[in-house]
Design a protein around this ligand. Structure first.
Ligand code: ADP
Ligand code: ASP
Ligand code: MG
Length: 411
């Protein structure tokens, strides 16, 4: 039997009515002759609520217990989706991550998938089951405890299942009808892209376009999964949505194909550290051990042998970063005057594989921001992206101005 993976995000399973609509779509694919693996998210808002409970309870929480709490949302929707399908006379059964078992690393709250044995589910398909509903976002670690895959992790569950079961396609159903040149909630000029290259999608995702989790794009690229993003609300043809594909399948590319924004950034500065060999290692080693995801790094100009080190990290890791650095200071391994955290920043990025061969993108980006009077705090570049940190209040303005400047509304 040909097999499909269909993933439904939070808004697509927000209540029992929506679950019924999603189940009808699944039913149609079964009628088309497919066995289907359905991956579900928690009902929209549910995971945020659960994370909120954890943070209210403990600021530097134990990640094992965080996982115990936040994985529960998907358990509910998986059961409800299986029940809904059964009501429609489609033979279906639900699985939680540990029942598959979807094996992950021990990195609680940000676990990586290690293995997905297919026997359990294949055996059920062999007995006439038509749909396996799997709770997204969760797995089981070698320590025997439930893990989660990081926010947005159900996308990764879906792609990993598509790879493990060699599915014909992995369809990601969400509340927009594809991947756009930028978040369509920020500008109505955003244009839907028919195709996006894996590399571009990887950058867009990691720079804030949360339509797909970064790791899911990595996996799709590695295992050559046919990955589509499409709307669960609209009726659409087979070619609908956006196909994430290899660069070779895209005929022509502009220098910039997308603008991404992330409001979940913080800028941290370690003031007055000794400017000597090993200082970066003394700062970033402990941060890495504490699980802080450092992105941009700037070492400021040194004066009298002292310097400031600035870096960006996710806003919810600020407390963790401060603790890690204060701990090394206390141990005497690092000396600094103070740590200043600016939690009012956003990271704005322009992305495009065409940047490899076209110059002038950075100059145009900086000029555009200057024209809007937006001050740039930190800059980082790679082969196919340029990112800046700006005051968070300028997020929309910066995205709209850059979208206009690079004429992204035009195909
Ligand atoms: P789901 O709950 O289905 O996983 P998400 O909220 O995680 O959905 O992702 C979909 C959202 O991603 C959209 O509602 C949209 O606001 C946002 N988004 C950000 N950037 C983009 C983009 N470039 N293209 C499409 N959607 C984007
Ligand atoms: N429910 C989880 C989250 O909101 C996983 C997901 O929806 O992909 O992050
Ligand atoms: Mg998502």
């Amino acid at each position: 039997m040909p097999l499909l993976v269909m993933k439904f995000g939070g808004t697509s399973v927000a209540n029992t009515d929506r679950i019924r609509r999603a189940a009808k779509r699944v039913g149609r694919e079964v009628a088309n002759g497919y066995d289907v693996i359905v991956i579900v998210s928690a009902m929209s808002g549910e995971t945020n609520k659960l994370v909120g409970y954890v943070e209210e309870t403990s600021q530097l929480y134990d990640a094992r217990e965080y996982d115990a709490v936040v994985s529960s949302g998907e358990q509910v929707t998986a059961g409800l989706m299986a029940l809904t399908l059964q009501e429609m006379d489609v033979p279906a059964r639900s699985w939680q991550g540990w029942q598959v078992p979807l094996k992950t690393t021990n990195a609680h709250a940000a676990a990586r998938i290690v293995e997905i044995p297919t026997e359990n589910i294949m055996a059920k398909f062999g007995e006439g089951m038509k749909v396996a509903v799997v709770a997204g976002f969760q797995g089981i670690a070698p320590d025997g405890r439930v893990t989660t895959l990081g926010r947005g992790g159900s996308d990764t569950t879906a792609v990993a299942f598509a790879a493990a079961f060699e599915a014909e396609r992995c369809d990601i159903y969400t509340d927009v009808d594809g991947v756009y040149t930028t978040d369509p909630r920020i500008t109505s000029k955003a244009r839907k892209l028919e195709k996006v290259a894996f590399e571009e999608m990887l950058e867009l995702a990691s720079l804030g376009a949360k339509v797909l989790q970064t790791r899911s794009v990595e996996l799709a690229m590695r295992y050559n999964v046919r990955l589509r993003v499409l709307s669960s609300f609209e009726e659409q043809s087979d070619e609908a949505g956006t196909l994430i594909c290899a660069e070779e399948d895209i005929v022509e590319s502009k220098a910039v194909n997308g603008v991404a924004a992330s409001r979940e950034e913080a800028k941290m500065t370690v003031i007055s550290v000794a400017d000597r060999p090993g200082i970066a290692a003394a700062i970033f080693g402990p941060l890495s051990e504490a699980g802080v995801n450092v992105d941009m790094i700037v070492q400021n100009i040194s004066e009298e042998g002292r310097t400031d080190m600035t870096f960006s990290c996710p806003i919810n890791q600020v407390a963790r970063a401060e603790k890690a650095l204060n701990d090394v200071k206390e141990k005497g391994d690092l000396n600094f005057r103070e740590i200043v955290a600016d939690t009012d920043v956003a990271k704005i990025s322009v992305v495009g594989i065409g940047m490899r061969s076209q110059s002038g993108v950075a100059a145009k980006m900086f000029q555009t921001l200057r024209d809007e009077n937006i001050n740039i705090k930190v800059i980082a570049t790679s082969e196919i992206k340029i990112s800046v940190l700006v005051d968070r209040k300028y997020t929309e303005l910066a995205v709209q101005a850059l979208h206009d400047a690079f004429e992204l509304e035009k195909a």
